[in-house]
Design a protein around this ligand. Structure first.
Ligand code: ZN
Length: 402
């Protein structure tokens, strides 16, 4: 136990301190994936790093001025920059937006239409028609720029307030955002001339998934996943350095595995990225493989300092369910959790693969009111590595039993 805690500590330091950011497309993200590959490789695993194109983004800040008033605004991630002025108009519902002539104007979206973050255009796993419709209306509006005033929505935007209505490198309308309160201050200026200066740059580069495998290649596969990327502006300790550390510890615990299954450890790259590029690439490369997969175990949000860990089951066959029950029973700090969908296990479930999602109980019970996820507060000070080691040991037990 002690030795693994020590290792986990050094992994956490590298992922969250030595590497300053892990957002997809950044240099730090590439460094993190190279680091992961080296750990797997040095422990004797066969490794692969499939590459994809990725966009990073540089935020130079934004200003909004009308008459002699200025308003506090932020650049929407991956937006194009914009410097210019135009008449300010507004819509608070889809109907209002549909009826509006926004051509060459600056469009403020607030209230009902801005209550939740719009799913990116290319996000295929979950994308409500309402979101796609709003995006289409915005793109076809002819507006010069978009301002959104957004509220709090922890379940959909993590702890981020205000949240960007659009976070999508595939949408080309320059976009800035503000709090609900600033939106209320702005409303009396509808019809006036608004001046925006928004400095934002798209940087094109690449990213990698890291895949480590072991065991007979023609056997059924057990795939353990954790996303290695983090949102820009957060060290991403719980989301999801700890998940990646579970993969590293498993690489250690299973280095001499000689059971009947093929084991694959996947550091996914893109769970917190608008284009989910690493996951899309994995799906593309494994379309024919899903039917050979026995089980997916995905770790995301594990190791919070308070409370225990939760294992949630998705369509587990009888034998796997009873062996998982038995393993959980032998670890006092692990319990069975309710089902949740916002994680990479959902991809496997969609392709008919039984899955187990692993997270912190605390995040499940605070999904609607926590203000940590995707913010600077998600740093090593909120991590307890003991449950991380415990999770790795429990998964290793389960794999040996399967
Ligand atoms: Zn996550």
């Amino acid at each position: 136990m002690n030795d693994l805690i020590k290792k986990a500590k050094s992994y956490l330091k590298v992922l969250c301190k030595d590497i300053s950011e892990r957002c997809v497309g950044s240099e730090g993200n590439r460094t993190a994936t190279q680091y992961a590959e080296k750990i797997f490789h040095d422990l004797g695993w066969t490794t692969d790093m499939p590459e994809f194109r990725a966009m990073d983004w540089h935020d130079g800040g934004a200003t909004l001025e009308i008459e002699d008033k200025s308003f506090e605004v932020l650049v929407a991630p991956y937006s194009l920059g914009f410097t210019g002025e135009a008449e300010l108009i507004q819509a608070s519902t889809v109907e209002e937006l549909e009826a509006l002539n926004a051509n060459n104007k600056i469009l403020l979206l607030h209230g009902d239409i801005a209550k939740e973050q719009l799913m990116p255009k290319g996000f295929v796993f979950y994308n409500p028609e309402e979101h796609q419709k709003i995006i289409k209306l915005i793109e076809e509006s002819g507006a010069k720029a978009l301002i959104s005033a957004t509220g709090r929505n922890a379940a959909l935007a993590g702890g981020v307030y205000p949240f960007p209505l659009i976070e999508d490198g595939d949408v080309d309308i320059p976009s800035i955002y503000m709090t609900e309160e600033e939106g209320i201050r702005l409303l009396p200026f509808i019809g006036k001339n608004a001046k925006i200066s928004s400095i934002s740059e798209r940087v094109y580069g690449s990213g990698y998934n890291v895949i480590a495998s072991k065991g007979p290649t023609n056997a059924r596969k057990i795939v353990i996943t954790a996303h290695i990327d983090a949102k820009k502006g957060t060290p991403g300790a719980i989301d999801n350095a700890t998940g990646v550390i579970v993969l590293f510890l498993l690489a250690d615990l299973l280095k001499d595995y000689n059971g009947k299954h093929q084991i694959e450890l996947v550091a996914f790259n893109g769970e917190d990225y608008y284009a989910v590029s690493g996951q899309m690439l994995y799906v593309q490369q494994n379309m024919e493989q899903f039917k050979n997969m026995l089980l997916n175990i995905n770790v995301d949000g594990a190791g919070y300092k308070e409370g225990g860990s939760a294992f949630s089951y998705f369509d587990l066959p009888k034998d796997i369910k009873s062996s998982t029950d038995a393993v959980i029973e032998s670890y006092p700090n692990i319990s069975k959790g309710i089902q949740w969908v916002q994680g990479d296990h959902s991809i496997f479930v969609q392709f008919g693969v039984p899955a187990i999602a692993v997270t912190s109980e605390w995040f499940m019970t605070h999904i609607d009111d926590q203000d940590i996820t995707h913010t600077p507060k998600d740093n090593p000070t909120i991590v307890n590595l003991e449950p991380i080691v415990e999770i790795a040991e429990a998964i290793a037990d389960l794999i040996k039993k399967a």
